[in-house]
Every structure is written in C-alpha cells, then in structure tokens.
Design a protein. Structure first.
Length: 872
C-alpha cells in the first residue's frame, strides 16, 4: 500500500512505516500528492477524520527535506486542533532526522506568532530543545507557552508544584527575564487559584534568592513593565511581583524617577508608587540636598491631574503631613497644592481650600499670586471661600454659559472600487493583519468579485502570495469576522470547486458558520458564501450592496445605476446581494420612478421597495403585562427591563438570513444570541443602517451584560448606534443607560461618546435616559457611583446642560423613599451642572431631602442643589 493510500485511510502507524521505506527522492516525489490532498481537505477540515489529518501531518513532516518547508507544513493552520503534535509517531519521525535538521525545524516553529500556536504545540518543542541541546528559544510565543504550561502544574492539571518545576528548570534563567517583556503574561503571573505559597510572585523571589535570576534585574524589569502600561489584569500581575520583591528603601531610591512616572499609570499602580514616594519622603525627613525632597511638587502635579478620588485624597494628606511636620515647608506645600484648585471634583477643590486655610499663615503672602491664578479654575460654589482666603473676586469673572458638544458626524463617502488585481491582493493582505473598517471590507469583497469577472487568472495570480502566507482554513467555533474574506479569495484563486462552493450554501454545511454564529454573522456569511459561489459559477460584474457611505447606507441613485449596468450585460443579481442592497438603500420615494424604468425583476423590486419607504421602522416597547411571573435560569435577568419588537412586515420577500434580522424580538426570553463584538460591531451596524432602535433592541441582552458582567465588547457599538440614522427610542436610551453604569472605564467612555453624539444630533431624550437610568439603579442593575463618574466625564467636556437634562429627571427616582447609595455624588454633579448652565426650578425630592436634619454629605449636597435651583 502506498504512502498516500495509508494517509487516506488514517493509518498513522502505517504512514510512519511507509516513510521508513522511502528514499529522499521518493519522499520528495510524494509531496505533490500530499499537497493536493491537503488542499482538498483544507476548506472542510471538520469533516476529515482526525486520524487522516494526523497521518497527513506526519507524512508531510517526513517527506520535506528542507527544515523551512517542514516547519511550514507542521505549523500549518489547517492542522490546528488535530492533537497531532502530541502523537509519539510525529516524535519518531522528527527524531529520525539529523540533529541539525531538528534544531532548524524547532527554531522556526518556536518563532511562529502566537496566533499560529495550538494548545498541544509546546510539549513537543520542549522535548526537541532538551533532546538536541539547542539554545532555549526566547520568542514571545514560546515564552508565553512556557509560562502557561508551567502554570498548569499549580492549577491542578498536572502533578507537582510550581516551585518544584521551576527550581531546577533549565529554561528558567533564560525565560524568566523575558516574562517582563512579552505581552500578555501578567494575568498568569498574578493568578491566585491555589495556595499563596505556590504562586509566581513568591516563586520568582525564591529564584532570585537561590541565584537562578538576579534580584536587581527582576526589580528593574518589573518597574519597566509597569511603566510600559497595559490592561489592568496584566499590570496587576507585575504589581504583585513588585510587592512580593519588597524593594528596600535604597533599592526604591535608585528608581525614584520611575516611581514618579508611575504616578501617571493604572490607578492601582499609581497608588503603590504614591505610597512608596511618600514613605521615602518621610524616611528622608526632608534632609537638605535629598534626592526626594524636590519630588513633592512634581508628584502633586501628576496626581492632581487624575480623577481618582482616593489618589487625590492621599496626595492632599501627604501634603498636609509634610506641612505639619515642618512649617518651613508650608510655602512649598501650598505651591504644590495649587493644581488641586482646578481639579474637576468639587470635593477635591474643597479639600485643597481647607489646606490653604490651615497652612497659609505659615506660608506667607509670597504664594498668593500663584494660588490666585490657580483659583480661577474653582467651581463657582467655592468662589466665596476663595475670596475670603485669597482676596480675589472670582464671581465677577464668570462668563455667560456656552454648551460644548462634538461636531455632528458628516458623510463618509467610500472611495471608488479597487482598480487592479494587485490592489485587491494588497487590500486583502492589509485586512488580514488589522481590524478592517466597513469601507475596507466592502471594497475588498467587491474587488474580489469585480476582478474575478474582469480577469480571473490575473486575480488568482495576485492572490497566491497572500494565500500562501494566510491559507484559508475554516473555523466553525467562532462567529463571522472580516477575515473570512479568505474564503472568497480561495474561490477566486481556484482553490474551491463549484461543487464545494454550492455545498457551502446548504444549511449545516457552510464552513463560515457554527454554533456561535450570530444572526448578523449569518447574514455576512451568506454574502461571502454567495460571492464565492458566483465566482466559481461565473461572477457578476460587481456587487450591488457595496455601501456609498461608511455607515453602511447606499445611495438609491447609485443602486439604480448598478442595476442598469447589470441589465446591460444580462447579469442576474444574487439574492443575498440584492437583499442586502435593499436593507441598505436610503428609502427615497423620489427615486422610485427611475427604478421603475428598469426592465429587470430586480429593478421592479427596488421600485416597490422605495415607494413603500424601505424597511418599516420598528418601535421597541415594553412587553404587555400578562400576569405571569417572569422566570429565568439567570436570576439577574429577571430584574432587567425587557423590550420587544413586533417584527418588520414587508411586501418584498427577503432571503432567510436577512429576514431573521428584522423578525420579532422578545426581551423576556432566555434565548440570547452569541454576539461577539470585538471586531464586528461596525459591520453589524452597517448591515441595518438607519435602524439603530431595532439594532439596540436586538442587542439588549448584550448591553445589560455590559453593566452586570463587565462585558466590554458590546459597549463599542454604542457610538456607532449614536452615529447611525433612524429614531432613537427606548432601546437606544436603555443601551446608553447600561453603558453609563458599566464597571469598565472603557465601556463608560464609549457610552459618554454616544451620549454626546446623540445630543449633538438633537436625538437625545434626557427624560427617557434619566428615568431609565434611575430605574436601572433601583433594580440593582447599575451602580449610581459608576453612572455619576460617566456623567461627570460628559459634563467635563463642556456639556453641562446636556448632563443636567439627564440628571433632572433621574433624581426623583433616585431620591424617592430611601435615596440610593452614592446619591450624594449625583447631587454634587447636579449642583455643578445646574450652577454652570443656570438651571432653575425646584425638584420636590431634592427640596424634601434638603429640609431634613443632619450634616451628612447627602443632605449637604441636596441643600447645595436646592439653593442653586432657587437662585435668581
């Protein structure tokens, strides 16, 4: 039986035996058949038995004589998830080759980018490194995999302890210093799933104690990594290591400038740096010529530029402590304090003024000019106190209020079509290495179809280098992404047969869909499936659904022109392409007569669509009460407000995937779609441009998860919805309310951006947003302090009137009966906004709270807001 026959039968042991009987030339001759079999399997790997894929991998590894070719074969993406690297047969084949060949292959495999690695790659490479005695690889991916596999020991997936593996690990001296340079290592280094004694921070300190790594190097690299910044979960790991190392005062003094720079980092890192600097400052006792004595002003300038209240309070305490310990430093302390007078938090300004009152007598009049200048940024609530302390009349300098909102986004017309096969290949390569926007994706998809029609062989030739670097391989475990354009490129390059392309359009057989495919992913996958089939069967001249604007909208006159061009060459539009074009076209009835003059059925469909006003708008509404108790597998969903959509009814039939996108929605259902927002949000909005209310209703589960589960991805869609067209009703404002209360700062920032864009376009309903936000806080879905932080960020851009329009209707619900936790922050923000935009008119709940007794912050802030609203 021949080698290729054994591979086709999945006979792994027989494949190894057959390789042993072949000469070098015979092995090289087998490569043509093996490559053809691999290409045949690539598009449908999930249907190929694991044993067949394993045998194919091993056969190719044994037949390639060049280490570079062997490494490219073994590391191919279509062999991922096969588990073949763990097989002893592959080890046998590799070890049968010369040591130099093994080293060259292992070196190339270790240098692959992280995205090319699979879960079972590392053990084989570790064995090769140890068996050949080659230098320990130190690529980013190899370091990450070493960290992951060593960590697995302490997570219980393998016997032994972390320290037991590291103590005599020959890789540790080389790879431990690299842990501080490789992206993404922090979460594992800081993980704490088992006992405290068996954690990376403690083990790294022990490695330094026994001389495996240098302690000074660990401190240097740890501080450098923290200074570099990064995600919070990454930074926390390195901060834990630094704390475990517990540098001495002398070691910390050697890194004073680094600690000073860290004050501008992540809040937890900045707090640690602030503590270290304060301790050094105190221990140094302000000795003359001290290297830390001059850091006070610089540290204060950095901290007072931050918004975190805890950091600001700690800095004020540090300054107060210094002035109390040495009254001769009072002047320096007040000058360092000056930036706090312009802090956005009125409470921080109040704290700074208290220190001015306490230490100004000792500081003397020399500091007054600078303090008076800084006081110009004070909140109007503190003007009277500043006049009393500093002798400056700030009230006379207040200018008439002016609202500042971002400019309304204008049209973003798409550039013209790609002009040559080379341009198509270049755009495809760029798309695969980044996060393509809607114009890039749409132009590339159109370019593949357009140039397959104009010059298929030239396009295939231009695409081959791209496909060699990134061959098409199906991934049915994830949702659609723009990178699935590789499937259409494979069709354009002749790597898909007509039967394969047709089969992919059969339900359940598409390589672009799986269990996690969202409805929007299914619609986009349908477009790619149709485009690939059209290329194989005879491509049309171009695609109809390519938008004319970056938001996804399509000019009706342009679509009419495209259909006329189709008629001129006798082309028939694809159903999915035409359906997407109808969803995108701006429904201008004035263009219907021009469409009616088209003779094709597609032209008549467009005319009827335009006359009917396009896709009917749907209003998201609460479900009608039915008396039934709402139940869910997830208790938190019961307290979420639900919205429903009736489903759009159109006279024109839409393809199945498009029809699913406009069907009914019931927010009470436990059926939540698997939305993956990280890379696809803009593309999803561009599927249904001008229908942001419907989109928001379909994403309502995901937006609620933003607030409750710290899901950050869905928040990315909020600014896109705000910039899209169509009514903004309950669903859009509910999405915004969830985003404003998100735990993650990045999610709240996205919500603030959306809020400001809606306000700039005149689409913000403050009453709807404010009352909805109050309801979410009352239900426990959103925390008031997070909403206050987000609204403060919006106000600080100059949109005080906009924020007040949200707070005014929110406060009654937040204060009625028993005020919610952190209501004082919202009252303080309300007083600031109302004072700046001259809002007037009492709010009964505020007045009632202010009339109560006590001196709590809640009552004080209520009185302040009451007085502002009653001012004349």
């Amino acid at each position: 039986m021949s080698l290729i026959e054994r591979v086709g039968r999945g006979d792994v042991a027989g494949t190894v035996a057959a390789l042993g009987e072949l000469t070098t030339d015979q092995r090289r001759a087998e490569l043509t058949r093996l490559t053809a079999l691999r290409r045949e399997q690539r598009g449908e790997w999930w249907r190929v038995p694991v044993e067949v894929r394993a045998a194919l991998l091993i056969a190719g590894a044994g037949c390639h004589s060049a280490p570079s070719a062997a490494a490219a074969w073994i590391g191919g993406q279509d062999f991922r998830s096969s588990g073949s690297w763990d097989r002893p047969e592959l080890w046998t084949v590799l070890r049968s080759r010369p040591v130099e060949w093994q080293i060259a292959v292992a070196t190339r495999l270790a240098r692959r980018p992280a995205r090319s690695w699979n879960w079972d790659d590392y053990p084989l490479l570790e064995r090769l490194v140890l068996a050949t005695g080659m230098p320990v690889p130190s690529s980013d991916a190899f370091v990450s995999e070493w960290l992951s596999h060593r960590s697995a020991q302490r997570f219980g997936t393998a016997p032994g302890t972390l320290w037991g593996r590291l103590e005599h690990d020959p890789f540790a001296p080389v790879l431990v210093p690299r842990l501080f340079e490789v992206p993404g290592t922090g979460p594992l280094l800081g993980a704490d799933r088992l006992q405290t004694a068996d954690r990376w921070p403690g083990c790294l300190v022990r490695l330094a104690d026994v001389g495996v790594v240098d302690r000074a190097t660990l401190i240097d690299r740890c501080l450098a990594r923290l200074l570099r910044g990064g995600p919070a979960n990454d930074q926390r790991g390195f901060l834990q290591i630094l704390r475990e190392l517990a540098p001495t005062p002398a070691e910390n003094t050697a890194h004073l400038r680094t600690y000073l720079a860290l004050l501008d980092g992540l809040s937890t890192v900045a707090a640690h740096a602030q503590q270290v600097l304060a301790e050094l400052h105190t221990a140094d006792a302000l000795a003359a010529g001290s290297p830390v004595a001059d850091l006070l002003a610089e540290a204060s300038a950095t901290v007072f530029f931050r918004t975190e209240k805890k950091l600001v309070r700690a800095q004020l305490s540090w300054l107060d402590r210094v002035a109390r310990q040495d009254r001769t430093q009072a002047g320096a302390v007040l000058l360092a304090l000056a930036p706090a007078l312009g802090h956005p938090d009125p409470a921080a300004q109040e704290g700074a003024l208290k220190l001015v009152a306490r230490h100004l007598p000792a500081a003397g009049g020399a500091v007054l000019p600078e303090l008076r200048t800084a006081a110009e940024a004070l909140d109007p609530a503190h003007h009277a106190r500043a006049a009393e302390l500093l002798g400056v009349d700030l009230a006379a300098r207040v200018e008439p209020y002016r609202e500042y909102l971002p400019p309304v986004p204008g049209p973003r017309p798409l550039p013209g079509p790609l002009g040559s096969p080379a341009e198509v290949a270049e755009e495809l390569g760029a798309l695969l290495h980044g996060d393509p926007d809607v114009p890039a994706f749409e132009r590339t998809l159109d370019g593949l179809v357009r140039h397959a029609h104009l010059d298929g062989p030239a396009l295939a030739e231009a695409l081959r280098p791209v496909l060699r670097a990134r061959p098409w391989a199906a991934d049915r475990w994830a949702d659609w992404t723009p990178r699935d354009l590789l499937y259409v490129a494979a069709a354009a390059a002749g790597e898909l047969t007509l039967n394969q392309a047709w089969s992919a359009r059969t339900p359940g057989r598409s390589p672009l869909r799986g269990n996690r495919t969202s409805p929007f992913g299914a619609q986009l996958a349908a477009r790619l499936e149709e485009a690939a089939w059209q290329i194989c069967a005879g491509p049309p001249p171009f695609l109809l659904a390519v938008p004319t604007d970056g938001t996804g909208t399509l000019d009706p006159s342009v679509l009419i022109g495209r259909l006329a061009a189709y008629e001129a060459v006798g082309a028939t539009p694809g159903e999915v392409d035409l359906g997407q074009a109808l969803l995108r076209v701006v429904p201008d009835p004035a263009c219907a007569p021009a469409a009616e003059r088209l003779g094709s059925p597609a032209g008549q469909r467009l005319a009827r669509w335009l006359r009917a006003g396009g896709l009917p708008r749907q209003e998201a509404v609460p479900p009608a009460p039915d008396g039934a108790r709402r139940r869910s597998r997830w208790p938190e969903r019961v307290r979420r407000p639900a919205l429903t959509l009736p489903g759009a009814r159109t006279d024109e039939p839409l393809p199945a995937d498009a029809a699913r996108l406009v069907g009914p929605v019931d927010g009470r259902s436990d059926r939540a779609e698997g939305f993956w927002f990280e890379r696809c949000a803009a593309h999803w909005v561009a599927v249904l441009p001008g229908h942001r209310e419907e989109l928001a209703a379909r994403f309502q589960w995901a937006f609620a998860d933003v607030a409750e589960y710290d899901q950050r991805g869905p928040a990315q869609i909020l600014p896109l919805l705000a910039g899209s067209g169509g009514p903004a009703g309950r669903a859009v404002h509910a999405a915004l309310a969830h985003g404003l209360g998100a735990p993650a700062g990045a999610a709240r920032t996205a919500a603030v951006d959306a809020l400001l864009v809606l306000a700039a376009r005149g689409d913000l309903d403050g009453q709807l947003l404010g009352s909805g936000l109050a309801a979410l806080v009352r239900r426990g879905v959103v925390k008031a302090n997070r909403a206050a932080a987000a609204l403060r960020s919006a106000a600080d851009t100059g949109a005080y009137r906009t924020v007040w329009s949200v707070l005014a209707p929110a406060l009654p619900g937040l204060l009625a009966d028993r005020p919610v936790h952190a209501a004082g922050e919202l009252l303080a923000l309300g007083a600031d906004c109302a004072r700046r935009c001259a809002a007037r008119g009492p709010i009964a709940e505020v007045t009632g709270l202010a009339a109560g007794g006590g001196s709590s912050r809640l009552v004080k802030e209520a009185r302040a807001l009451r007085d502002v609203l009653a001012a004349h």
